[in-house]
Design a protein around this ligand. Structure first.
Ligand code: GTP
Ligand code: MG
Length: 195
C-alpha cells in the first residue's frame, strides 16, 4: 500500500450516504461476533479503529474505513443476530442488497466464518445474495487460535464443500487469527493485489 495510514471515514445508513466511489473497495461480512471489526483493526494495525465488542450486533451501520489513500475497507453489520427487531432486520437487508448490487467499485467481499463453527445457513444466505449480485467473495476463517491444528481439516472440508455450490466464491480460503496475527499479511497482500 502507498502509505500506511488508516482512518474511520463514516457510518452509512442509506445508499445516499455512501462516499464517492473513487477507490478500490472491499467489504467484510459475517455473523455477529465472528470478528469483522477486530480483523479490520488487525489489517490496519490500529487496535481501536473499528469498534470490537463482546456484545453481538454492536456494528449497526455500514462503516467506512480508509486504507492508505487507495482503498476503502467496509465493515458491514453482523447478521444472524436474533434479538434485533424485525423492521430493523428488514431495513438492513434492503440496504445490504442495494449496496452489494449497486456498488461498482466493490472488488471483493470477504465473508468471515468462525473456524470453530464453519458455514451456517445465514452465511449461505449472504453467499447466495453475493452470487446473484455477481460480487466475488472469499471466505476468511477467523479465530484460528481457538481451534487445534488437528481439528481444522474437518471444518475446512465442510467449508470447501459448501463453497463449491456458490459460483461467486473464490476458491482460496484465508485462515486468520486477529489475536495472533496469523493470516493478516496474506490478507493484506490479497487486498493490495486487487485492481
Ligand atoms: P458485530 O459487530 O457484532 O457484527 O461483531 P464483529 O464481527 O465485528 O466481531 P468483533 O470484531 O467485535 O469480535 C467479537 C469478539 O471476538 C471480540 O471479543 C473479539 O475480541 C473476539 N475475536 C475477534 N477475532 C478474534 C480472534 O482471531 N481470536 C480470538 N480468540 N478472538 C477474536
Ligand atoms: Mg463489528
Amino acid at each position: 500500500f502507498a502509505g500506511n495510514n488508516s482512518d474511520f471515514l463514516k457510518g452509512v445508513v442509506a445508499m445516499s450516504g455512501l462516499p464517492s466511489a473513487d477507490r478500490i473497495e472491499v467489504c467484510f461480512a459475517g455473523r455477529s461476533n465472528v470478528g469483522k471489526s477486530t480483523l479490520i483493526n488487525a489489517l490496519t494495525g490500529r487496535t481501536r479503529l473499528a469498534r470490537a465488542s463482546n456484545t453481538p450486533g454492536r456494528t449497526q451501520e455500514i462503516n467506512y474505513f480508509t486504507l492508505a489513500d487507495s482503498h476503502y475497507l467496509v465493515d458491514l453489520p453482523g447478521y444472524g443476530y436474533a434479538n434485533a427487531p424485525l423492521p430493523v432486520i428488514e431495513k438492513w437487508q434492503r440496504l445490504l442488497k442495494q449496496y452489494l448490487s449497486g456498488r461498482a467499485t466493490l472488488r471483493r467481499a470477504f465473508v468471515l466464518v468462525d473456524m470453530r463453527h464453519g458455514i451456517k445457513d445465514v452465511d449461505e444466505e449472504i453467499m447466495s445474495l453475493l452470487d446473484s449480485s455477481a460480487v466475488t467473495f472469499q471466505v476468511v476463517m477467523t479465530k484460528a487460535d481457538k481451534v487445534k491444528e488437528k481439528d481444522r481439516e474437518k471444518v475446512m472440508a465442510q467449508v470447501r464443500e459448501k463453497l463449491s455450490k456458490h459460483p461467486a466464491a473464490f476458491p482460496e480460503l484465508v485462515i486468520t487469527s486477529s489475536e495472533k496475527g496469523d493470516g493478516i499479511p496474506t490478507l493484506r497482500a490479497i487486498i493490495a493485489g486487487l485492481d
